[in-house]
Ligand binder design. Structure first.
Ligand SMILES: Nc1ncnc2c1ncn2[C@@H]1O[C@H](COP(=O)(O)OP(=O)(O)OP(=O)(O)O)[C@@H](O)[C@H]1O
Length: 387
C-alpha cells in the first residue's frame, strides 16, 4: 500500500536534530517498516552531488547534507516494497527546469552548515498558509501525472489563500484561476469562464424569446439580398459562403455598403487578393515565431485538433453542420480559426467572413480576445467583437 510520511513527522519523533541523510536513514529504518521508494524534496533543499539517494542497508558513501535555502519542506513517500533500493529525486530536477530563482536546486559545499529540518514553513516565511505543504505535494503530483490535467478545490481556505497558492503554482509552471467558489490549478491556460464549474449554469441558460428565430431569418434574408455579388471570385473548394470584405463588421456598415459595379468588383477583387496575400504572410510569420510555435503546440493539444481535417471537409461539403463536443474541446475558439487559417493559406483570407455568436457580451469579448491572442494579433485586426 502506498503511503506518505511527512519528514517533519519523522523529525518530531527524534529527541535531537537530524542533520544528515545517513542519520535520517537509520532513523527511518528503525521507526518504520516501510522502504521508501520516492524521496521527495521540496524546492528548498539541496543534496550534495546526488540525483538519487540510497536508503538501503548499505552504508552511504559519505554523509549527504541537506541545506536550507529559505523554507523547508521535506516529504518521504514510502511503499511497502522490500526491493526498493533507490530514492529518485524528481522534484529537485523539475525545480531546476522551472527555475525557482533563489530556491533553485544547487549543490552544497562541504563547508556549508547543515540545516535543522524540524523548522516549520510558517516560521520561515510568516505565511498565513497552513496547507502549503499539502498543496506543494498536490501540484507536484499534478506535474508528474501524465493523465491528470488539473486540480480543482472547493475548500474555503484554498479560496482564502488563493493568492499564495497561485504564486506557488506559477513558480511551478502551472496556471491557476478562481471561479467563484472554486479554485483550479492546471497545466494549460484557463479560460475566464468554466461552464462545467458553474453551479448556477442551468439557471443561466439563455432562453430564446419566442419569435427570435423568425426575426434572425428575416435579417439574414435582408442581408443576403443586399450583399454585393462577386461571382467567380470564390473557387469551388472555398469554405467561404459570403463576401463582405474580411473582418467582422457591424450590421450598419454591412448594410451601408453601396452596390458594386462590374468595374468596382474587379478592383475590389484586386484589393482582396492583395490583402489575402498579406494575411498569408502575417499568418506564416506568426506560426514560425517562438510565441506562435508555443500557441500552436497548445492548440494542437485540444481535442478539436484531431478532428480538424474532418471538420473542414464536412464544412466544404455541407451547408449546415452540427458539431457537438465536450466543454473546452475547442468548438468556439478553434473551429472558426481552422476555417480562417484554411482560407488564408489558400490566399482567400480577405474574402472570408466568419460570424460567431455568444450569448453574453462578456463572453463575446473574452472569446474575441482569446482568438486574437491565439493568432498573435491585437483585437480589431482579423478578429473583432461586435457587441
Ligand atoms: N480566455 C482564455 N484564456 C486562456 N485559455 C482559453 C481561453 N478561452 C479558452 N481557452 C482554452 O481553449 C480551450 C478551448 O476553449 P473553447 O472555448 O474553444 O472550448 P469550447 O469547446 O467552445 O467550450 P464550451 O463548450 O465550454 O464553450 C479551453 O479548454 C481553454 O484551455
Amino acid at each position: 500500500m502506498p503511503c506518505c510520511i511527512r519528514m517533519n513527522t519523522i523529525m518530531s519523533l527524534r529527541p535531537s536534530s537530524t542533520k544528515t541523510a545517513k542519520s535520517l536513514h537509520s532513523h527511518y529504518k528503525t521507526k518504520t517498516t516501510l522502504k521508501p521508494s520516492l524521496f521527495f524534496l521540496s524546492s528548498l533543499v539541496s543534496i550534495r552531488n546526488h540525483q538519487t539517494l540510497s536508503l538501503t542497508n548499505q552504508p552511504l558513501p559519505r554523509p549527504l547534507r541537506f541545506r536550507h535555502h529559505g523554507i523547508l519542506s521535506v516529504k518521504c513517500f514510502g511503499v511497502a516494497d522490500s526491493h526498493s533500493k533507490k530514492l529518485a529525486l524528481p522534484y529537485t530536477r523539475s525545480i531546476q527546469s522551472f527555475n525557482y530563482g533563489r530556491f533553485a536546486y544547487r549543490d552544497v559545499s562541504s563547508d556549508e552548515s547543515d540545516y535543522e529540518l524540524g523548522s516549520s514553513q510558517k516560521e520561515m516565511t510568516g505565511s498565513t498558509l497552513d496547507n502549503a505543504d499539502d498543496w506543494k505535494w498536490k501540484l507536484t503530483k499534478l506535474l508528474q501525472s501524465k493523465d491528470q490535467q488539473e486540480v480543482v478545490s472547493r475548500e474555503k481556505k484554498d479560496r482564502r489563500d488563493f493568492e499564495h497558492l497561485s504564486a506557488m503554482a506559477t513558480r511551478m509552471g502551472l496556471h491557476s484561476r478562481q471561479y467563484s467558489r472554486i479554485v483550479v490549478f492546471s497545466k494549460v491556460p484557463l479560460p475566464n469562464y468554466r461552464p462545467d464549474l458553474d453551479d448556477k449554469r442551468p439557471q443561466r441558460e439563455v432562453i430564446l424569446p419566442f419569435g427570435l428565430q423568425r426575426e434572425v431569418d428575416a435579417h439574414l434574408k435582408s442581408y443576403v439580398s443586399k450583399k454585393p455579388t462577386s461571382r467567380g471570385f470564390f473557387p469551388p473548394n472555398s469554405l467561404s459562403r459570403s463576401n463582405n470584405g474580411g473582418s467582422m463588421e457591424t450590421s450598419e456598415r454591412i448594410y451601408a455598403r453601396p452596390e458594386l459595379s462590374v468595374q468596382n468588383s474587379v478592383s475590389m477583387e484586386r484589393i482582396l487578393s492583395r490583402k489575402s496575400l498579406q494575411l498569408r504572410n502575417q499568418q506564416e510569420e506568426w506560426q514560425k515565431s517562438p510565441e506562435g510555435q508555443k500557441m500552436i503546440e497548445f492548440r494542437r493539444s485540444l481535442p478539436a485538433y484531431k478532428e480538424k481535417d474532418l471538420l473542414l471537409k464536412a464544412i466544404s461539403e455541407n451547408q449546415v453542420i452540427v458539431v457537438s463536443g465536450e466543454t473546452g474541446c475547442g468548438k468556439t475558439t478553434q473551429l472558426p480559426q481552422y476555417i480562417l487559417e484554411y482560407e488564408i493559406e489558400a490566399a482567400r483570407g480577405a474574402a472570408c467572413s466568419i460570424i460567431c455568436t455568444q450569448p453574453r457580451r462578456i463572453s463575446a469579448m473574452s472569446v474575441s480576445e482569446r482568438v486574437a491572442a491565439e493568432r498573435g494579433e491585437k483585437l480589431g485586426e482579423s478578429v473583432s467583437p461586435c457587441l
